[in-house]
Design a protein around this ligand. Structure first.
Ligand code: KG4
Ligand code: ZN
Length: 349
């Protein structure tokens, strides 16, 4: 029998609800509502208190709207999936408390979902046959991870950022260039009219699978300070920065595909909205791996991906009770130890 799942996402500055109808084998999206809190644009970044308050105000109407668009009453919902973490603690709390209350009062199943596992499942909303093994590059405002996905729920960490996340770097450089928040989409638009004239460094390009973007951001800062006319240089700065980030993301993903031999590379998270990234990744991986990337609506924070990941977890018999807690630093479930143990350090003293 088909199961109706309500997904809820409130980890950052999008209040979102979705209805997913699953029949055990296939999951069909019945509705998705995303309320983007544009209040943060005034401040050049997400203000946590304002985010929580906006979630409080809008979550209930957003959920009702998602149910109405799916043509289903609340009583038809069988289970609720909610983002448990990571994210802003106050923002997460709003979604988790709401989901817990709803599940308890209706007597329905509840599952807490890891936000990044949601991003990982996003492409399956349009490509239901997408199956591991694959490598996954998850690039958002808060995270940059390269994973070897052996199976759903079994994730081997290949690399992660040592400082700023890729999206965070786009946002900070967006501010440096006077483009407002979020920086990513504005930089991509501007970069189309620019050239890679500044030749910024490609941090850690050939050095393992970890990433580092804070030095690159500083290089842009120095170039901005040295610029005689920011108006004249802005497009080239955007293009040079974007090319440097994309080169690093593409090179490491290609190397991960080569080393694992996996035939697919999944891109997920807000930065995967970059068409420049998807295009360059597809060019570099031609003959090596197929690139799977969801459309923009499913890559930015949304509840459809949370419902889809929740559907997977519920299908394995997992449930959370009323003890479910928001966890701003929730570790990714199913994370496996590195394949090769790190080489022991030579003792010097
Ligand atoms: O996954 P997401 O919606 O939120 C988090 O979980 O963080 O990602 C948002 C991030 C922002 O940093 C934004 O600048 C970036 O995704 N982003 C982009 C593009 N569109 C969104 N970065 C580069 N190019 C884009 N076209
Ligand atoms: Zn996200």
């Amino acid at each position: 029998m088909a199961e109706v799942l309500l997904g809820i996402e409130t980890s950052c500055d999008e209040t979102s609800a979705a209805v997913l109808v699953g029949d055990g084998r296939r999951a069909e999206l019945a509705s998705l509502v995303i309320f983007s809190q544009d209040v943060h644009q005034v401040f050049g970044g997400v203000v946590p208190e304002l985010a929580s308050r906006a979630h409080l105000r809008t979550l209930d109407p957003v959920v009702r709207r998602a149910l109405a668009e799916a043509g289903l009453p609340l009583s038809a919902v069988d289970a609720i999936a909610v983002t448990q973490g990571p994210g802003l603690v106050g923002a997460l709390l709003v979604g988790v408390s709401y989901a817990k209350t709803l599940a308890a009062s209706l007597g329905k199943a509840l599952i807490g979902v890891h936000h990044l596992e949601g991003h990982l499942f996003a492409p399956t909303l349009e490509d239901p046959d997408l199956e591991p093994p694959f490598v996954a590059l998850l690039v958002s405002g808060g995270h940059t991870l390269l994973l070897d996905v052996e199976a759903w729920g079994r994730y081997r960490l290949l690399g992660e950022t040592r400082d700023d996340a890729a999206g965070e770097a786009f946002d900070k450089v967006g501010t440096l260039l006077g483009l407002g928040y979020p920086g990513g989409p504005a930089i991509e638009r501007l970069a189309r009219d620019g050239t890679d004239r500044f030749g910024f460094p490609r941090p850690m390009l050939h050095d393992g699978f970890d990433f580092s973007f804070s030095g690159l951001k500083t290089a842009v800062l120095h170039a901005v300070r040295a610029s005689a006319s920011l108006d004249a240089d802005r497009a080239d700065l955007a293009r040079s920065f974007q090319d440097a980030v994309i080169d690093v993301l593409v090179e490491k993903t290609a190397r991960a595909a080569e080393e694992t031999g996996h035939p697919i590379a999944v891109l997920g998270g807000g930065v995967a909205c970059s068409t420049a990234l998807a295009r360059r990744m597809a060019e570099r991986l031609r003959g090596l791996a197929r690139v799977a990337v969801a459309r923009q609506r499913f890559n930015l924070d949304n509840a459809a991906m949370i419902a889809r990941a929740g559907w997977f977890r519920l299908g394995r018999g997992e449930r959370h009770g009323s003890a479910l807690d928001a966890d701003p630093s929730l570790p990714l479930p199913g994370l496996l130890p590195p394949r090769t143990p790190p080489t022991p350090r030579t003792r010097t003293a």
